[in-house]
Ligand binder design. Sequence first.
Ligand code: SF4
Length: 313
Amino acid sequence: MTATTHSKNFFRLETYLQSQTGRAIGDFKMIEDGDTVLVCLSGGKDSYTMLSVLMALQKRAPVKFKLIAMNLDQKQPGFPAHILPAYLKSVGVEYVIVDADTYSIVKEKVPEGKTTCSLCSRLRRGVIYRTAKELGANKIALGHHRDDIIQTFFLNLFFGGKMKAMPPKLATDDGQHIVIRPLAYCPEKDIASYARAMEYPIIPCNLCGSQENLQRKKVKEMVLEWERTNPGRTDNIFAALRSVVPSHLADTDLFDFNGLATGLAKVDEASLFGETTFSQQPLVFAGGMEENKLEFVRFEKSAPAGPARPAAE
Ligand code: SF4
């Protein structure tokens, strides 16, 4: 679709995605002056969108940075190797296509019927890091979005016994690169609408023959269902990931519960009494009674110890 045929809604959506991405970049200092960013493209909607948004932001950013798009051809059967180079040439971005037959390694190492994604991802990560090093890219951009982050959070919560998600920014284990997720604030549905309107040449993601992770699929459906029945819940969950209160969890490494003493810490006392208040949902008392008009039904105080009060004459 050409720019001239796009509707007002499209431009609104594009502006929204760009501003959300710009905000995430700013909040986490994802991109700084002089950076070279390796933008990883799989050929899916998310990575195409990420590249378009980053290219648009690059034009008007107050800092200078370089983008290099990268695709890894994993030699999966039927992979249409011509699609991405043609697209990347057409949009005029510097790019590199890396051939690495991770597919054969995965097929050889993983027994039939077992899930191949974990080894495949490890191998792919190794190739990406090596490529970044060879190209002098200090940042590696991945196309994960807000909903990926939320789903990962619940997967870890339900199956990993850990409260962790997918960070918008992290340092690689070898400390040589910073991985960034510029779409961290972007909802998947908006990315999907944008990608449809942009008519990206999407490459199917099931060429490897692996089944989609069943648990992730279930968690995704769960969150979607919540959103359908309680609109805004996904936003709230993501807001919660950005507003953690370690003193109200139970991780002794995160908060010094042992060092707690009276007169030291300011505590949100509401939760001590089991109250849960939400700023979005003001407390409503039955019959429209306001909090400050509450009357004590019974206020009984024990008599102070001491001499008995003389009887009234
Ligand atoms: S779905 Fe296929 S290509 Fe993707 S990580 Fe899993 S094995 Fe690799």
